[in-house]
Design a protein around this ligand. Sequence first.
Ligand code: SF4
Length: 437
Amino acid sequence: MNVRDSEAVAAELAAAGHVQADDEESADLVVVNTCSVREKAEDKAVGKLGLLCKSKRERPGRIVGVMGCMAQRMAEELFNRVKGLDFAVGSRAALKIPEIVARIEAGSTRIWFPGELDGIDVPNGHTAPGISAFVTILLGCNRHCSYCIVPDVRGPEYSRPAREVVEEVRNLVKGGVREVTLLGQSVLRYGRQGKPVWDEEPAPGAKFTEPFPRLLEALSQIEGLRRIRFTSGHPSGCTEELARAFRDLAPVCPHLHLPVQSGSDRILREMRRGYTSGEYLEAIGRLREAVPDIAITTDIIVGYPGETEEDFEATRALMRAARYDNSFIFKYSPRPGTPAALLPDDVSPEEKDRRNKVLLADQDDLGVGNNSEWVGREVEVLAEGPSLRNKARWSGRTGQNKIAVFEPPQGIAVGDLVRLRVTRANPQTIFGDAMGQ
Ligand code: SF4
C-alpha cells in the first residue's frame, strides 16, 4: 500500500509541475513514506530521515518530508528527533503534499498537516505504470487486532464507489496495463461498511451479488485486462461467491494472501483475529474445492505475548495443514498504543529468533514440495522481461504468483501471456520451456 501511495504522490507532484529526479542524490525534494507495523521499520525510517536532513548541508534548499503511518502516529516526536525535517503529513492527507511543498518553498517551516483520519481522498493518480499497477479500493481498517496500530494510523474503513474503481482500471488498461492488484488492509471487506458501493442492486438471478465478487466480475469484463489480483484477505471474506469468482472469472488469478498470524486458537483469540484455526482451514478448503491449484500465502507472528511451545507447535501444524506456497514470518514487537503492548513481552529475543528460523525452514520444505508438484505441468506466465540474474532468459509470474524463468520465444514482448512446460523447480522459482503464446 505504501508503494501505491508513494506512486500517487509522485503523480500529484508531476501534475503540479515537478519532475522526477533520476536518483535520490540529485533530488531537491525527498519524501519518506513510512510504516508503523513493526519497530524495526520505524527505526530505519528515523535513520533515513536523519541522513537526508544532514545532507541539506551539502544541498541547501533541499526539502525533506515524511508521510505515512509514522507521520500520523508521532509527527511531533519526529520533528524533535530529526532536526531540519520540513514537513509531515498524515496517512490520509498525502495528496496535499504538492500544496505543502509550495508553502515550504514560499518560506514556511516545520509544517504538520494531519488531515482527517476518516478522509476519503483516495490516491488515484499513476505514474508510467508499465504492465502492472496497484489500485487502492479500500482505505483503513475496522478490525482492531490486538497487536496492530494500523486502524489508529490509517483510520476507519472506506470503500471507493465501484464505478470509480472500474473507471480507474479501464484507463490503466488503455495505457498498457495488463495486470492490476486491488489493495485494501482487509480487501474482502470491500463494500461492507453499510454504504452501497454500487449504484444499482444486482440484477435478479445475478451470479455475483456480494460487493467484492461483483467488482471482480465487472473488472473481468474490461477488454485487454489479463490478470486481476488482490490483497490482503481474511477468512470471513472467503465466501462461496468468492470461491466461484476465482473459478469462473478467467482474469482472476488463483492466489490469495490470507494472513493467519497464529495456529493456536488461544493466541488467535487474544489477538482478536475473529476466527479459529478450524474456521481458517475451512475457508481455505472452500477455495481449494473450487480451484484445486489455488496458491495460498500468509503472514505469521512468532513470540506474541504468552506464546508457549504448545501454541507454537499449533502454528507449525496449521502451516502443514494449509500447505502454504509462501509465508512471511515476523518476530513480535510491541506497538505503543495497542492493547497487546500492555502485556509483558515475555518471549525472549533468542526464543523468537529460534521460532522464526524453525518456521522459515518448515516453509522451505513446503515450498520445495509445492513447487516440485508443478514439474511436468503447463503454466501460463505474464512475461515481465529479461531475468535479473541472467539477461538471456526471461522471467514472469504464474497466476499463482510464482516466479518463472524461461528461454524467451521469438518475438516475445513484455505483457504477453506465455505458456510454459515446467522442467524443474526450487522453493523460490520454477523453470520451464516456452510452448507458445
Ligand atoms: S486486519 Fe488486523 S492486522 Fe490487518 S490491518 Fe486490520 S487491525 Fe491490522
